[in-house]
Design a protein around this ligand. Sequence first.
Ligand code: IPM
Ligand code: MN
Length: 352
Amino acid sequence: MKLKIAVLAGDGIGPEIIEQGVAVMSAVARKFGHEVEYREAICGAHAIDVVGDPFPEETFQLCMDCDAVLFAAVGDPKYDNDPASKVRPEQGLLAMRKKLGLYANIRPIETFDCLVHKSPLKDEIVRGADFICIRELTGGMYFGPKKEESDEAFDTNLYSRAEVERILRVGYKYALERKKHLTVVDKANVLASSRLWRRVAMEIMKEYPDVTTDFMFVDNASMRMIQEPRFFDVIVTENTFGDILTDEASCITGSMGLLPSASTGEHTPVFEPVHGSWPQGKGLGIANPLAQILSVAMLYEYFGLNEEGRLIRQAVQASLDANVRTPEIQIEGGPRYSTSDVGQWIVDYIIK
Ligand code: IPM
Ligand code: MN
C-alpha cells in the first residue's frame, strides 16, 4: 500500500516521540513492502511562534492532501499562565478537529499485566480491564455558542440529532466487533442535551439487537470506572464528558504514556497519543514513546493492515517484558532507557 502521512510534531516532547513513531512506521513499511511518504508540518505553540497561527492554512491543506496524520502533542506553559493571550496552542488542535471533521475520537484503554502495579488502583480491580471510549469530538460545549465578558460567561452544550446518531453508530460498529456491550454516558437527569442523546440512543439501539445497550449518568460512570473498570466494553459519550473520563481512565493502565488514540470522521484521520506535550520533559530523552508508537498501530489498522498493527503491539509488549522501559515505568534499579533507546529496540524487534 502507498501511504502519504502528514507528520505534526507540535510542542514539548512532541518532536522526540514522533521521531520514534515515524521510525517504527518505516520499519513496519519496509517489512511488509508498503511505501510511505512523510510530509512535515507545523502546529501548536511552535506554529504560533513562526506564523502566529496554531493550525496554519498550509498545515490544514497538507493534512487534507494526505491519507493520515501522525500527530504528537501541542501546548506550552507560557500560554497556560496568561489568560489574556488571544491565541493558544490548544486552539490549533480544536481547529484541526473541526476542519477535518474528526467527530469520533477513539480511545482504547488496555492494561498490560506487567504494569498493573503502576496503577494507583488495586491489582485485582484493574487486571484485565479492556474497554474503548468513543468520545464525540466536534460538538458540545467545546464548539457551541460562547460568551466571555468580564462579569459573565457561558458555553453552550449544543448537539443535533445527526451528530448524536453518527457517533452512536461508530460506537455500535466497535461494539459488534468486541463484547457487544455499549454504555451511553450522559447526564440526562439534568441536561437537555443529554436527554436528546438518550432519546436518539433509545431509537438507534433497536437496530442493534445483538448489542446490550445500557445508560449511565456521568457521575456514576466516573465512579464505576475505578470501582469496576471491567464492567465496560464500549463507552460512547459527548465531548466534555469524554475528555474528563478518558483522563480518569488513563490511571487504570498505570501510565498515560501508553494510551494511543484515533480521531476519525469526514476527512483525513489523525492518530495521536492521549497524553499532552509535557514541557517539563522536553529534550531530556525521558518521554515514553509507546503511546505514539501504538498510535501508529492504530493507523495501520485503520487501513485494514491488521498484521502490521499486530506486529507493533507485539513489539511493544516484548519491550515491556524485556524491561526496556522509560523511567516512569521502569523496574526499580534496572537499567535506564531513553525515548530513543525504546524506539530503537522496537524497530530492531520489528525488522529482525
Ligand atoms: C484532549 C486534550 C484537549 C481536549 C485539549 C488540549 C484542548 O485535553 O485531547 O483530551 O480538551 O480535548
Ligand atoms: Mn483531555
